[in-house]
Design a protein around this ligand. Structure first.
Ligand SMILES: *[C@@H]1O[C@H](CO)[C@@H](O)[C@H](O)[C@H]1NC(C)=O
Length: 188
């Protein structure tokens, strides 16, 4: 019994923080194959391949890993780009003297939307990386995407001249879409 505990302790200490665990029914595949399987359109496929390249995933078809790795990586990529957008929104609010009152309101509202979207994607990434019980994860993704759409709609207000923030929000929407499509490979 004691030896068992020591062995478990050793495993815990020696193992690197697992980026993803193996769950029943989750396929192992190459990164391009994962993108092809996950994405039903050329647009999403290209975005997916781009995400894989940017996060340094091995493009070699013979390099296969469990699909969870790709879904977690894509979720982390989306999360990092949310942070960039929040920083850009804050910078605009603090430094751009030519923002109208409507723009200020929209940007502040967007910061709230992004806070919600970020906690969704963060929870999703953590659950995928640490548990095989992914019930409700689809709702987590969809909720996060709806938060981003809330921000997009604020920026489409008729009183706002095309905002420099708009392309950032659309880019974030693409990134979370890729993460969601890859997460579907886990059976969510
Ligand atoms: C400041 O805000 C205006 C109005 O949205 C925008 O057109 C302009 O590009 C912004 N300036 C900078 C430096 O981002």
């Amino acid at each position: 019994m004691m030896t068992m505990k020591i062995i478990i302790l050793l495993i815990l200490l020696l193992a690197p923080i697992p980026m993803a665990i193996a769950c029943p029914g989750v396929p192992s595949l190459g990164s391009a194959a994962a993108c092809l399987k996950a994405c039903g359109t050329k647009y999403a496929y290209d975005l997916c391949i781009n995400t894989m390249q940017r996060s340094g995933m091995d493009p070699c078809p013979s390099h296969t890993v469990v699909a969870t790795v790709y879904a977690v990586v894509a979720a982390r990529v989306a999360e990092a780009s949310y942070e960039d957008t929040m920083l850009a929104l804050n910078t605009q609010l603090q430094q751009n003297g030519s923002l109208s009152g409507d723009e200020r309101d929209a940007y502040r509202g967007c910061l709230g939307d992004y806070t919600a979207a970020e906690s969704s994607i963060e929870r999703a990434a953590e659950r995928m990386a640490s548990s095989c019980d992914l019930g409700g994860l689809g709702n987590e993704f969809r909720g996060g995407m709806m938060s981003l759409e809330g921000c997009r709609d604020r920026l489409l207000s008729p009183w706002i001249y095309p905002s420099p923030m708009y392309p950032l929000v659309m880019g974030n929407r693409d990134k979370v879409l890729v993460a969601y499509l890859l997460a579907k490979l886990l059976g969510i």
